[in-house]
Design a protein around this ligand. Structure first.
Ligand SMILES: [Zn+2]
Length: 106
């Protein structure tokens, strides 16, 4: 059986749907990554879902991405919750603004 001859309209439609379905599945994986679902879907449709999958696995997971830290320039303590002023220095009556920075954890 010739493969090209077996590709009638119905088969092409099925193939296109399967392609979109696979791309959407890859995009779903991408939505939990830094790259995001929309971008993954775009890459999957344009450069095949295999490329999209490759893209997803090279992207760090979202929940381990950036964690905001707040460091006090006065006492050097680090806080992960969003205090605007250092609670440690506040005990001594000082109002020290915390410096926000991001750390990547893997
Ligand atoms: Zn402090």
């Amino acid at each position: 059986m010739d493969f090209l001859n077996s590709l009638d309209t119905d088969n092409i439609i099925i193939l296109v749907f399967a392609y979109i379905f696979v791309a959407a599945t890859v995009a779903k994986l991408g939505s939990s990554r830094e790259v995001g679902g929309k971008k993954t879907l775009m890459y999957s449709l344009l450069f095949t879902p295999l490329y999209g999958l490759y893209y997803v696995y090279n992207s760090p997971a979202k929940d381990t991405l950036k964690i905001a830290h707040y460091r006090c320039p006065e006492c050097g303590l680090e806080h992960t919750d969003g205090h605007s002023h250092c609670p440690n220095c506040a005990k001594e009556g000082k109002r020290v603004r915390l410096k926000k920075f991001y750390m990547r954890t893997y």
